[in-house]
Design a protein around this ligand. Structure first.
Ligand SMILES: NC(=O)C1=CN([C@@H]2O[C@H](COP(=O)(O)OP(=O)(O)OC[C@H]3O[C@@H](n4cnc5c(N)ncnc54)[C@H](O)[C@@H]3O)[C@@H](O)[C@H]2O)C=CC1
Ligand SMILES: O=C(O)C(=O)COP(=O)(O)O
Length: 535
């Protein structure tokens, strides 16, 4: 597989991918047409904040399985478009949290004591001791906007250095804030009102974009602003003005609405605004952590395993994966068989789990069943976009679970239906990952779900199985295995055949022409392309 890396990541991540046998190509600072060319044959794309992963990039990347973000913020990735394209987006939400928190603490002290400004003056030969009277942080109130992973680490550190804490985060519990010794403000204004210094730790979203403007800065009064989260959350010209002309004493900014920052950005022109070029995550430890975590997610995606930090695909607990894995393929297969037997417009898909499997977290299995249902319809589908495709096409999806199962340890049933009809296909795993289809529409069968299958429904009269066998034989199609089931003697019967080759349309109509046959369906469990080739 080819992995394209378009922002610098630690070598440890690249080595991990190469050690697993993949080609890793680095193309830093590519944009426009060059980026579109570079991604054209990539199976994975690894980025940091420097690459805009747009709909256009995803369109060009026809073989892409995953976009790995070696870091936290994903505002540079069009996740909706990735989902449409069936591409997983995964970030590395843990590895650089401490680095970002430490940089925030460093920036807080640097602005409160004007360290960069004093440094510059001294380097310029001036002993300006009398001009820098800083703010002591001990006993002052820190307002934390966004009390997530980084915000909480900042709370621990600056709380430990004697600051009082007030936080605004509508999505965090009072209890968690209490544990950190922070008062939870009811709204942003309440937080700004109490704070001597605010630090921003939210993601950049439509909700947080420009959430700190001139009015909010006026509410903060004569304090400081630190932003090591994302540019675009604070209105930059308003901040520059509030520091330059009052009321703010200073600001420390690591991130900008546009990066690399435009030299004309007003923040670069104000003495009491100190700046760093998006360095929050730039420590050796953080970079090694996020690069290896991202490489692991790419490897999991290549192996078809759940991607732990996927933002647009079902993920699961690593320890549960071995128990669930056999059912991922089985559900897909049951979906493929059900939809090919149904042969009508699908309005509803029901996935039922019975027995031990019902105890597990099954989002991934359900997504896989949907993939199976939609793939024979030749929709571009995978487990990432299958739930969305169902939603967009108005197909109702229901999942049911029952801890008890009559005959088997675990059963997965996929039922496709519309208001006129339905087909259900039920599968299990025998010991050692031996998948079987054990029921089709209530008929008890024991079919190996593999390759080319023929499912016939016929009157239960003598000679039908022989007729089907000889018709297939006359056309050079060999039967590898078969299973027959019936409702009542002389009623209706259903037989399932595993074939070595796909039957031509001619054989199928020769079989169906016989009046004893009610229905014959050829089920391909290969890809359509593979099938066409064999035909
Ligand atoms: N400067 C740098 O190099 C780095 C920057 N970051 C950035 O730091 C920020 C925080 O990262 P994490 O703590 O890991 O994210 P997180 O997702 O753990 O926490 C974000 C918090 O913001 C809260 N939030 C969301 N909308 C809000 C709103 N409208 N008002 C108040 N709170 C809101 C959420 O409830 C959540 O608790 C992100 O923007 C991330 O990209 C992270 C690492 C390095
Ligand atoms: O992880 C994040 O959100 C960061 O902002 C770090 O960005 P970077 O990987 O240094 O471009």
């Amino acid at each position: 597989m080819k992995v394209l890396v378009t922002d610098p990541i630690a070598d440890a991540g690249i080595q991990r991918l190469r050690a697993a046998g993949h080609d890793v190509e680095t193309a830093y600072d590519v944009e426009g047409e060059a980026l579109l060319d570079a991604v054209a044959d990539a199976n994975a794309l690894i980025v940091r904040s420097g690459t805009e992963v747009t709909d256009e990039v995803l369109d060009a990347a026809t073989d892409l399985v995953i976009v790995g973000r070696a870091g936290i913020g994903v505002d540079n990735i069009d996740i909706d478009a990735a989902t449409e394209h069936g591409v997983i987006v995964a970030n590395a939400p843990e590895g650089n949290v401490r680095a970002a928190a430490e940089h925030t603490v460093a920036m807080t002290f640097a602005t409160a004591r004007s360290i960069p400004q004093a440094h510059d003056r001294l380097r310029g030969g001036e002993w300006a001791k009398g001009e820098f009277l800083g703010t002591e942080l001990n006993g002052k109130t820190l307002g934390i906007v966004g009390l997530g992973r980084v915000g909480q680490e900042v709370a621990k550190r600056l709380g430990g250095l004697g600051m009082n804490l007030v936080a605004f985060d509508p999505y965090i519990s009072e209890e968690r804030a209490d544990q950190l010794g922070a008062d939870l403000a009811d709204d942003l204004e309440g937080c700004l009102d109490q704070a001597d210094l605010i630090t921003i730790h939210t993601p950049l979203t439509p909700e947080t974009e420009n959430m700190i403007g001139a009015d909010e800065l006026a509410t903060l009064g004569g304090g400081y602003v630190v932003n090591c989260a994302r540019g675009g959350i604070i209105d930059e010209p308003a901040l520059a003005e509030a520091v330059e002309d009052g009321p703010l004493k200073g600001a420390a900014i690591d991130v900008f609405a546009e990066e690399p920052v435009d030299p004309d950005n007003p923040l670069l022109d104000v003495d009491d605004v100190i700046v760093t070029p998006h360095l929050g995550a730039s420590t050796e430890a953080a970079q090694e952590n996020v690069a290896t975590a991202t490489a692991d997610q790419v490897l999991a995606a290549f192996r078809g395993e759940p991607v732990m930090n996927a933002l647009n695909a079902p993920s699961m607990d690593e320890s549960a994966f071995p128990r669930v894995r056999p059912y991922i393929d089985l559900a897909e297969t049951a979906g493929k068989i059900a939809v090919q037997l149904f042969d009508d417009r699908v309005e509803e898909v029901e996935i039922s789990y019975e027995g031990d499997i019902a105890e597990e977290e099954l989002d991934l299995v359900t997504a896989s069943a949907l993939k199976g249902c939609f793939e024979p319809l030749e929709w571009q589908v995978n487990a990432v976009n299958a739930p969305r495709i169902a939603d967009e096409r108005g197909i109702d999806v229901t999942e049911t679970k029952s801890r008890s199962s009559e005959d088997f340890q675990s059963l997965v049933t996929v039922t496709v239906r519309n208001s006129d009809d339905e087909v259900s296909v039920c599968g299990t795993q025998f010991a050692g990952e031996d998948p079987r289809i054990v029921r089709i529409d209530g008929y008890r069968v024991d079919a190996i779900p593999h390759g080319h299958m023929l499912v016939a429904r016929n009157d239960d009269v003598p000679g039908v199985i022989g007729f089907i066998g000889s018709t297939l034989g006359d056309h050079d199609v060999n039967i590898a295995a078969m299973f027959n089931a019936r409702e009542t003697i002389g009623g209706e019967a259903l037989s399932v055949y595993n074939l070595d080759d796909p039957p031509s349309d001619e054989v199928l109509s020769a079989i169906l022409d016989d009046e004893r046959l009610i229905d014959v369906s050829y089920i391909s469990l290969n890809g359509a392309a593979e099938d066409d080739e064999q035909r």
